[in-house]
Design a binder for this molecule. Sequence first.
Ligand code: TXA
Ligand code: MG
Length: 541
Amino acid sequence: MKTLYLPALGAETPALAAELINNGELVAIPTETVYGLGADGLNPDAVAKIFIAKGRPQDNPLILHIADAKDMEKFCHSIPAVAYTLAEKFWPGPLTMVLPAKDCVPKCTTAGLPTVAVRCPDCEVTREIIRRSGVPIAAPSANISGKPSTTTAQHVLHDHDGKIAAIVDDGPCRVGVESTIIDLSDDRPRLLRPGGITEHQLVEVVGDLIIDKAITESVANDAVVKAPGMKYRHYAPACEVIVVTGSKEAAAKYIEKHYKPSNRVLCFEEELDIFAPFNPLAYGKEKDVDSLMAGLFAALRELDDPAIGTVFARRPNGSGKALAVQNRLLKAAGFRTVDPAPRGMVIGITGGTGCGKTTALRTIETDFNGIIMDCDRIYYELLMQDASLLDAIENRFPGCVEDKKLNRKKLAGIVFSDPAALKDLNAITHGAVKKEVQRRLNHASGGVPIAIDAIELFDGGLGALCDVTVAITAPEEDRIARLMTRDGITQEEATARIRAQKPESYFKEKCDYVLENTGTQVDFQVKCLAFFQNLSIIKED
Ligand code: TXA
Ligand code: MG
């Protein structure tokens, strides 16, 4: 088949392209994000051709492109009011909304899901083709599945010349990464893919927004995910890609150590000097995230060369548009990330109430510039933000979650008198806290010490994450006195509270070190300082 080349400005282009679409053919279309491989989204035979041309897994649904916001009503039902507000604000533009699908949308377009993704692209010629054809155009990014997306007509021809009916050339794509996807089909709006419309812009309209885990974390191939496309390795050149974070100096040191002549570095323009010995390619300016988005896929395509061994890639820090670039690079790297600055020592601090844990933690924080992970606080944060924790609690203890809030009293009533129930609850909460601590540790860098503050350091399985564990102990009469002043309780209450906890001997036996808080507060501060200095908790690079 000869692929017809249609310039966007050609007078005949919209009519010719629309006719091919109506004939069930594939036409590559420009959009402001990336080029799409378009077909009549209501024609199952035409849609099937997209999957064949791309080599796309059948379970990965397509986006329907529409020319006008009001057309979403033709293909979606139960549309919430925010969808209209979002359309008003961001369409035409790089935003895709997932909504409940009407029956007229074929199963092959939605990959059998009850929802459909819709978007109105900010590209005049493409909207004109849609209008003229009278059908929504289903279009994934036009790359061969798994490869970097297509941001120029040349990229599309490289992948599909001779295999599709036509390509409409409107020059390089302005945005350069695919649209932001928001799922509005569930109780709470969920960001499925970051893009040119940022999470901050969305929150302004929708108020509440869950950031899907698949954006920042690797997902197993058999996992059930909200956006099926998020689980596949994607955007990947033929070679291995490793994201190297941290300062450019630390990254350069790391790359120098591991560099082979077949390797390349993908970096910011500002870094070309420091990476000059390692065959660098810049994809944009660090200070200008728009340029990074626009240049990323062309650069990844240039690096799609089997002669290259490894690409060490630099990514921008931060949220918003930087998140979109991070996400594409992480996926290109199969989530392989190296932090060249070693993480500081992880110190577990535990002990009974009133022993003086806070003094020890404060020393790590103020005298060693450390990071404190307060596990009680993490648990409360998870209760506020992590629906899966509440779901797990509600599953085991039906009726204890109302209105997405934990009914603590009710739950306490159940577990107070039932040791088996308490065990189950602990397994749920400990598991969630441990996972979150692990996640934060994975992201920590910079050599500063990290203190994990948890009474249940060992029962919660956190001890295993620590390089060292330290028990803080104090004479019982001192603890009683401290609790009475701190919490305004009687001697009997303070004694009862202390006796309800594990005995001192437990902490002494479990921990690597014991710090006894026997003198005054100042004495203990001095003791902590000396102790942590001796431990050398700051790591040298
Ligand atoms: O910017 C873009 O969105 C480009 C241009 C061409 O419009 N299109 C694009 O399509 O990136 P594609 O197929 O490469 O990515 C669409 C993503 C996939 O990850 C897919 O799983 C997800 O959208 N998706 C589509 N329909 C969905 C649905 N009903 N529910 C959840 N995710 C959906
Ligand atoms: Mg794609």
